[in-house]
Ligand binder design. Structure first.
Ligand SMILES: C[S@@+](CC[C@H](N)C(=O)[O-])C[C@H]1O[C@@H](n2cnc3c(N)ncnc32)[C@H](O)[C@@H]1O
Length: 214
């Protein structure tokens, strides 16, 4: 089943999570922002309803679900139809590519990373926010995923696995930060962003594209 199907059916419900868990949302935004460049042309792949692209000032979004795209468009995102595994953009078009909680829904992560690298210019960066399967929160999501309409079909990865996939795709200079050390529904104040991974449920990795010249 395509990873976008539940999102298409329950787009409003998905979007509402950010209202219900707004401190966790602010925390995740802060962690993603930590690695995003202040300028340049960015793309968010799997932009969803634009909850990250909107406040982060990213104008270009790719999203396979029509109902998620419709909400992203209301937030001012140029949300186009497509999948991370086959990006409808030219080589070297972007300074950075962002993916937030999308990796776990992809049919083929390796192809998606190759595609992200293709559309980045030389020196461009990829930023990926994801639920770390090896963290305490990741273990809880994994254990209960069958009870959740969205995560039922998700494949969660560890930070080491994402790191290896990025390196295999040719990315360099990986850096990790982590946050969300408590259950998102119980967070009362914006949490710290700490280097590395292992404890935080939400991990953000940044990696660079450098074209090798002979
Ligand atoms: C958990 S949501 C995240 C949305 C947004 N990035 C956010 O953090 O709010 C996952 C999104 O990935 C999209 N998605 C699923 N399969 C995809 C694919 N192959 N390529 C791109 N996006 C995909 C879904 O439609 C959904 O909007």
């Amino acid at each position: 089943m395509p990873g976008s199907q539940p999102f298409d059916k329950y787009a409003e419900q998905y979007d509402d999570w950010f209202e219900q868990n707004h401190i966790a949302y602010e925390t995740e935004l802060k962690a993603v922002k930590h690695f995003l460049p202040d300028s340049g042309t960015g793309l968010e792949t799997g932009v969803g309803t634009g909850r990250f692209a909107g406040p982060l000032g990213i104008k270009n979004g790719l999203e396979p679900s029509k109902s998620m795209r419709a909400i992203a468009k209301e937030r001012g995102i140029d949300a186009v139809d497509g999948r991370a595994e086959k990006l409808p953009y030219n080589d070297g078009e972007f300074d950075y590519v962002l993916m937030v909680t999308v990796i776990c829904f992809l049919d083929d992560v390796r192809i998606a990373l190759d595609e992200a690298r293709r559309v980045l210019n030389d020196g461009g960066i990829i930023v990926i926010g994801f639920i770390d399967r090896e963290s305490p929160l990741g273990q809880m999501y994994e254990k209960h995923k069958n009870e959740n309409e969205f995560y039922k079909h998700a494949v969660f990865y560890s930070a080491d696995e994402i790191g290896h996939l990025l390196e295999e795709a040719g990315f360099e200079n990986l850096q990790f930060v982590q946050t969300i050390f408590n259950n998102p529904s119980e967070i009362n104040e914006i949490e710290e962003i700490k280097p590395g991974h292992g404890q935080g449920g939400f991990v953000v990795v940044k990696a660079e594209k450098h074209v090798k010249r002979l």
